[in-house]
Design a protein around this ligand. Structure first.
Ligand code: BG6
Length: 489
């Protein structure tokens, strides 16, 4: 495939909204500071509100300053950045109003249209862009999740997009793929010889993926109540992590190679049935409790009425392929859990035979690779050692971590934790889709997630309460204990 030309402008629809101000403008500013924005690159923000250009610049400047803190804004970079900025008040779903965007784009030939908007507007905006003649073979469209609420609605959105854009022009964001440590998973697996020969059901006992958040749903409930943890987190972020752990080595780092391998994993996920769903899954919803030392309200209190939406999910997932047959993947994610932690733990099997009798044998634990993605970026390989000292009972063994703290390894005066969106926006500018979700990938994930939701409905499984600040309902512990394992906390 010929290399796509660099984009020469970005139009941010929803340009005065929360995502744009918290993430997108700061990311663009940092890209500019590092010299990644092409010369003459224009940034056009579009939203319905009438905002004076100076007031808009001040809004963006405040947002960028806050994000850059404790570092101060670099005035030279800001001046250059501010030159690129433009604001237009438009209703983006009306083709006849989009002449303001055409005008703001001027000579730009390869604009990016970034929809930082409610997904209910995606189809309308795409149609309006086409109606206004703004779409050319060089333009690109960026969409945030959720792409639909199930397979059918996701097909509806993707189908409408396909009417006006080629798939290569569509960039579906899963912001987890922009995180440094998530990409590091690819490096860890495929830039080292050490792990690959062991990365299978001969040596690995099971895998745990935890995405725990301390925050509650709060005032996001109008969106969240429609989706719940399964659709909000598992369908996208958690399954993406699972794919990167479980996929076969891609032939190269090209977008299609990587995405083909992820789709193969999604296609191998064993569907849930009404018969096994109660044994292999847990739904939970937080009730009032103490989180982070403070009393926290119940989800239903935030919601203002009774709700059957889950704020916690735990699943035992089986991947039916040669590499993973017989290796359970335990996934859990939830709101109002005791700590913020995104972690992947690969539990290896024990040694086939222990030569250490007596006391030492009891100390012999199997190796484990723990990849911490958030809040700290750390990789630890737990290895057995001889504990120092002598005793009459023979050798004492002890498990110790071989630890790679990315924070320590890469800390320095100029080290800055990048926003996931910086990598992703730069990739859209360059036309590189490797870290974006392809249509068949998003739809395959929905197909499997729909199966879970249907099995819940058929089995009449309502969410079980758990106290805010706890690790979810008791059933989450039973789920993993039934398989003879325990969560690694
Ligand atoms: C979003 C979900 O996609 O990811 C939120 O909609 C969730 O509910 C967030 O809080 C978590 O992202 P991060 O980067 O804070 O782990």
């Amino acid at each position: 495939m010929p290399k796509a030309p660099q984009a020469d402008a970005i139009v941010l629809f929803g340009g005065a909204g929360d995502l744009a101000l918290r993430m997108l403008f700061p990311s663009l500013y940092f890209l500019d500071a590092d010299g990644f924005l092409p010369e003459g690159f224009r940034i056009v923000a579009a939203a319905r509100a009438e905002i004076e250009p100076e007031a808009f610049q001040a809004m963006v400047r405040d947002a960028v300053t806050e994000r850059a803190s404790p570092q101060a804004l670099d005035n030279d970079v800001w001046d250059r950045f501010a030159q690129r900025l433009d604001y237009r008040a438009v209703d983006a779903t009306k083709a006849d109003r989009l002449s303001a965007i055409t005008e703001a784009l001027g000579e730009a030939k390869a604009p990016i249209f970034y929809l930082a908007l409610s997904p209910s507007l995606y189809v309308g905006v795409c149609e309006a862009l086409a109606g206004a003649g703004l779409i050319t073979p060089q333009s690109r469209i960026v969409l945030e999740k959720p792409i639909g609420r199930d397979l059918e609605s996701s097909r509806g959105i993707n189908g409408a997009l396909a009417q006006v854009f080629e798939e290569e022009q569509v960039f579906r964001i899963d912001h987890y793929l922009g995180k440094e440590t998530v990409q590091n998973l690819i490096a860890l697996r495929f830039a080292n010889t050490l792990f690959e020969p062991l990365w299978n059901n001969l040596t690995i006992d099971h895998v745990q993926i935890t995405v725990a958040e301390t925050e509650g749903v709060g005032d996001r409930w109008p969106y969240y109540d429609e989706h719940g943890a399964l659709r909000d987190m598992v369908q996208n972020h958690v399954l993406q992590l699972l794919c990167l752990v479980a996929m076969e080595p891609p032939s190269d780092m090209e977008a299609e190679s990587l995405r083909n391998e992820k789709v193969k994993v999604l296609r191998s996920l064993r569907p849930f049935t009404r018969q096994d769903v109660a044994q292999a899954s847990v739904r939970g919803q937080y009730v009032a409790g103490v989180a982070q030392g403070q009393s926290a309200a119940a989800y239903e209190e935030e919601r203002g009425q009774a709700s059957e939406t889950e704020t916690f999910v735990a699943l035992r997932v089986d991947i039916d392929n040669w590499r993973w047959a017989g290796v359970p993947f335990f996934l859990r994610t939830g709101k109002r859990l005791p700590e913020r932690r995104t972690q992947i733990a690969i539990q290896f099997k024990g040694v086939p035979h222990s030569i250490f009798g007596g006391q030492a044998e009891g100390d012999l634990v199997a190796n484990r690779l723990v990849i911490d993605l958030q809040p700290d970026e750390d990789i630890e390989l737990l290895l057995m050692n001889k504990a120092p000292g002598i005793s009459q009972g023979g050798m004492r063994l002890q498990s110790l971590p071989l630890s790679l703290s990315l924070l320590r390894a890469y800390s320095g005066p100029n080290a800055r934790r990048r926003i996931a969106y910086e990598r992703l926006i730069l990739d859209v500018i360059l036309g590189n889709s490797a870290l974006f979700v392809r249509r068949d990938e998003v739809e395959q994930a929905w197909r499997w997630v729909d199966g879970v939701a249907e099995a819940w409905a058929e089995a009449g499984m309502a969410p079980k309460p758990y106290a805010a600040g706890s690790w979810g309902p008791a059933g989450a512990f039973a789920l993993i204990e039934r398989a003879g394992r325990a969560w690694y906390d």
